[in-house]
Every structure is written in structure tokens, then in C-alpha cells.
Design a binder for this molecule. Structure first.
Ligand code: GLA
Length: 372
């Protein structure tokens, strides 16, 4: 018997899922109209769903929660659902706002994307619910519009002021591909990223340092970027030049803007190298430079993150950087397959020396986006 059958006493109409993501490079560029280069993870959120037998009620259950959450699909609005189920209710609301059909449903949620690790478990849940609603309504999935709907749920229903990278990665991800996204035009290009054929691995080190997007720091960075763009008289930092940024008087704003401008350039450089089919080892220094920029200019790293990044490099990684919103979360390292264990052990030892809980390590493989 499936979890859905145990919970609801009948089989589901189908199971849909969407992946978490790691961002290879392009951090805090998405809300500046810039470039990002994430990949869909081989860790997902699954939604088993069926039309309800109790009209007027959508019921959401999860294997992580004891109590179901209930709301009405036809009337649910921001502020009415709190906690974990707001990601689900938010998508139902955003579906309705987009003029798409929403019926009440029974949903059972299960997932293996670590929560609070900066791997976009929330976007994976949102996108899994979006494709489930589409499947039940028998309407076609359109990747970019669905990513917009999922992001609207996150921004306006959940209240997290994120950019659009995570939902686009969850919708557009593909096996052995990076999702190169121009967030201004929403153009997507899939870039080959088959590390195994080069005897390489992307090691993810979940530092388990606490990480929260709804708290103020993320919003403060967004605000700094908007202020810098206004001072530079450009629509967004995407349009700023390094020379113009260097002339900003305010030291903090100068550093924030410099991160965004140099990070956009690094994304384009990485794409250029990978597109040309060159050895992925060549992108290592760009990953490391991205970390230094996040640490020194954007000021979003924390000691757990910096120690993991420095230790991975010292233990032989070709490049390493924090991934995601910052203030904790995960570090990624580009390593020889043969060195995965040695790098992991080195970081564990560095953590043990400081009396910190060990990080959780796994290798990431670029995987499929949302679907049935
Ligand atoms: C979080 C947000 C994204 C993006 C990153 C930073 O993951 O959800 O939109 O801004 O932070 O690159």
C-alpha cells in the first residue's frame, strides 16, 4: 500500500515530482536581471495526488508531519495557511490567479531534498505541486510559465523575496545538463555537464549551519543592489560596468555591486568554457573566485561555509564555492572522483577540530526537471 492509500483510503491518480537544485555559479544575480547556471539535483519532492472525494476541501499530508492541513482551493488567499503547507496552498492560489483551473485535491508529499540546506526544497515542492495540478486538470505543462507561478507562490504567498532561479531550475533541469538562464529575457539554454566522463564529481557539503531566507539578510542584499543600481542610474546591476561601480562612493554598495557585476562575468566565462566542450577542470578557479567574491564583497558566507570551502581546496578540489542564498547551507567542490573520500574526510576533520557537527556529504548528478 502506498502512503497516499494509507492516508486517504484509495489509490492516487498519479505521482508527480520535481528536483531540488544546486547552483554551479551565478549567486544573487537572479534578482539583478543577471545570469545563473544551476543544475537539477537527483533529490526530489514527490506529490501523489487525486481529486478530492470531499468537495470544498483540499487536504495536504506529508510523511514529515503528523497533522494534515486543509484549505479550500477556490478561496484560499495569502495569510490563510502558515507553516510547511503554505508552499502547497501558495501554488494553488497562484494557479487560480493565473486563470488556470484548480479543483480541490488530496495530496500526499514525500521528499528527500534536505530542508533548510540551501538546496531549494521549497521550489521543488512548489514545482511538484504545479505539475500535479496540471496533470489532474489535464492541461499541458509549460516550463517557464509554471516556474513563474511557483515563484509567485514563494514571493507573494509564503513571503520570501527570492529571485526566479530555483523554480526555473526545477522546471527546466535535465540529465547531465546545466540550466543556463538569462533572468532578464528568461531564455534558457541547456549546457552539457557530464562530469563522470571526465572522472570528475561535484561534491556537495551540507554544512548544516542554519540557513533561512525569510529572515532579513537576503532582503537587505536585494535592497543594497537596488540602491546601487539607482545610484548608477541603470535599470539593474546587470547593466552596470565595473568602472562605474568602482566610482561609487559608498563602500558597502560598491562591494555589493562589484560582486554582482563580476559574478555575471564569471557565469558567462564558465558557460563559454563548457559550451566549447573543454575540460571542466578549467572552471575550477572561477568557482573559487565566486566564493571569494561572496565572502569579501557580498558578505554572505559564515565560518562553517568558509572552513568547508578552504579545506576542500587544500585537499585537492579544483574549485569550491558556497551555493545558494548564503549564511549557511552547502558548499560545492569540483573534485576528481578518486578524491571524493579524501576531500570529505578532510572537511570532517576540520569540523571536528573546531568541535562542530560533521557536514553531510553527497555527490550531485544533474537530473531531470519536474514531471509525472
Ligand atoms: C536563493 C533564492 C534565489 C537566488 C539565490 C542566490 O536560493 O531563492 O532566487 O537569489 O538565493 O543566488
Amino acid at each position: 500500500m502506498t502512503d497516499f492509500e494509507t492516508a486517504f483510503g484509495r489509490p492516487s491518480d498519479g505521482v508527480w515530482s520535481a528536483p531540488g537544485r544546486v547552483n554551479l555559479i551565478g549567486e544573487h544575480t537572479d534578482y539583478n536581471d543577471g545570469f545563473v547556471l544551476p543544475l537539477a539535483l537527483d533529490r526530489r519532492t514527490w506529490v501523489a495526488a487525486a481529486r478530492t472525494t470531499e468537495p470544498g476541501w483540499t487536504t495536504v499530508r506529508s510523511d514529515r508531519e503528523d497533522q494534515p492541513v486543509r484549505f479550500a482551493a477556490s478561496t484560499v488567499a495569502p495569510g490563510q495557511v502558515a507553516g510547511w503547507a503554505c508552499y502547497v496552498a501558495g501554488v494553488v492560489w497562484a494557479f487560480r490567479e493565473a486563470g488556470l483551473p484548480v479543483a480541490d485535491t488530496d495530496l500526499f508529499i514525500h521528499g528527500d531534498v534536505p530542508v533548510g540546506a540551501g538546496l531549494s526544497s521549497s521550489a521543488s515542492l512548489e514545482c511538484a505541486v504545479a505539475v500535479a495540478l496540471a496533470g489532474l486538470a489535464e492541461i499541458p505543462v509549460e516550463k517557464t510559465p509554471f516556474a513563474r507561478i511557483a515563484r509567485r507562490a514563494e514571493n507573494e504567498f509564503v513571503g520570501a523575496p527570492t529571485g526566479g532561479m530555483d523554480q526555473m531550475a526545477a522546471m527546466h533541469g535535465a540529465p547531465d545538463r546545466l540550466v543556463f538562464l538569462d533572468t532578464r529575457t528568461e531564455a534558457v539554454e541547456l549546457i552539457p555537464f557530464d562530469l563522470a566522463t571526465h572522472d570528475l564529481a561535484l561534491l556537495v557539503l551540507d554544512t548544516r549551519a542554519p540557513h533561512q531566507l525569510v529572515d532579513g539578510q537576503y532582503g537587505e542584499r536585494r535592497h543594497d543592489c537596488a540602491e546601487a543600481a539607482a545610484l548608477l542610474d541603470v535599470p539593474s546591476l546587470r547593466d552596470a560596468t565595473l568602472d562605474a561601480v568602482g566610482a561609487l562612493d559608498d563602500r558597502r554598495l560598491r562591494a555589493r555591486a562589484r560582486h554582482v557585476v563580476t559574478e555575471n562575468a564569471r557565469v558567462l566565462e564558465v558557460v563559454d568554457r563548457l559550451r566549447g566542450g573543454r575540460d571542466p577542470r578549467e572552471i575550477g578557479p572561477l568557482l573559487t573566485a565566486s566564493h571569494e567574491s561572496m565572502r569579501d564583497d557580498f558578505a554572505i558566507t559564515v565560518p562553517h561555509v568558509d572552513v568547508a570551502q578552504e579545506t576542500a581546496l587544500a585537499a585537492g578540489a579544483h574549485g569550491a564555492r558556497m551555493t545558494g542564498g548564503g549564511f549557511g547551507g552547502c558548499v560545492i567542490a569540483l573534485v576528481e572522483v578518486a578524491d571524493v573520500d579524501a576531500v570529505t574526510r578532510a572537511v570532517e576533520a576540520a569540523y571536528a577540530d573546531r568541535g562542530w557537527e560533521p557536514p553531510v556529504a553527497f555527490t550531485a548528478v544533474a537530473s531531470a526537471g519536474a514531471g509525472r
